[in-house]
Design a binder for this molecule. Sequence first.
Ligand SMILES: Nc1nc2c(c(=O)[nH]1)N[C@H]1C(S)=C(S)[C@@H](COP(=O)(O)O)O[C@H]1N2
Ligand SMILES: [Mo]
Length: 348
Amino acid sequence: MTTPPPIPSSEITPPELYFNRRSLLRAGIVAATTASTAGLYRALNRPGAEEVKTPELVGLVKDRGDSTDPVEQANPEGAADPVEAAPAEPVDNGFHTDETLTSLRSVTNYNNFYEFTTSKERVALVSRNFVSRPWTVAVEGLVHKPKVFDLDEILKLSAPEERVYRMRCVEGWSMVIPWAGFSLSKLLDAVEPMGSAKYVAFETLFDPKRMPGQNYPALDWPYVEGLRLDEALHPLTMLATGLYGRELPAPNGAPLRLVVPWKYGFKGIKSIVKISLTENQPPTSWNVTAPGEYGFYSNVNPDVAHPRWSQATEQRIGESGRRKTLMFNGYGEQVAQLYTGMDLRRNF
Ligand SMILES: Nc1nc2c(c(=O)[nH]1)N[C@H]1C(S)=C(S)[C@@H](COP(=O)(O)O)O[C@H]1N2
Ligand SMILES: [Mo]
């Protein structure tokens, strides 16, 4: 289980795109405009990450067309070169969904972030003065090159890609969020995992003065999460440093958080300060709190009910009525092979 899975053909960039400079250029342009956010991308693009060095970006980001996103309309400078922008690449590979984006207002004002408060509607208020710079992330454990990264060093690892993922909370609501960031594998590659590493453990900042919810025992602090190494190395697994083309807002886990789109939202640990590679399966906060209700894997699965409610349907924020929840949150084509031969009811 320690080797990364083969990448499905749908995720492999055709070689002609790797070597076609026009396409690479277009990817850069489209990334900047799609994000609604040319300026924000510049802000996220630290020196050293200026060039589009990520061929996998080609074709992953597509123009959303006549967006009604107010942020986009406020950034007319993002208008694309008509020659370069004309033919949209057909895209449906998991990194981008065409489903309607959840509004920026909902994404940043309806949050689970117990370090601030257990009230979803109050997280934005309570976290409004949270200072997330300077910030360091220690990457350690079973790696050849352990390192304490400054946030800016992490941002330099890769130009930010925009990825529009579905997010399904275990409570039964969901959103569609345009993240900025890059595959966690880029950070893990930099520290060179040892052959003995089988899991990756993550930890949120513990600082009750800055995170007032930590003065209450809502959970065992700090919040911890974990993935199997092959899950962590999967290209869909993302270190998010922004959303809607801006730096990551405090309620969403500033300055950087994990996003694992085929798992329930609580696996997406926020405000990460430590990442450790381990041989044994690490403890995870919600599993420690209620082992019978939240498993280590927590893959979105409409067929396995939570002990207290069905997981068959979900409320998409901003929509009326409920929609069917999809196996692996709709990412089965990309990730199902990670779980071949596993009993997903037992390993819930
Ligand atoms: N550190 C930390 N990370 C966390 C949480 C939390 O309370 N603390 N809540 C989780 C839950 S339950 C969900 S659904 C998502 C919500 O992410 P969002 O607020 O950006 O939508 O964050 C997850 N990450
Ligand atoms: Mo959640």
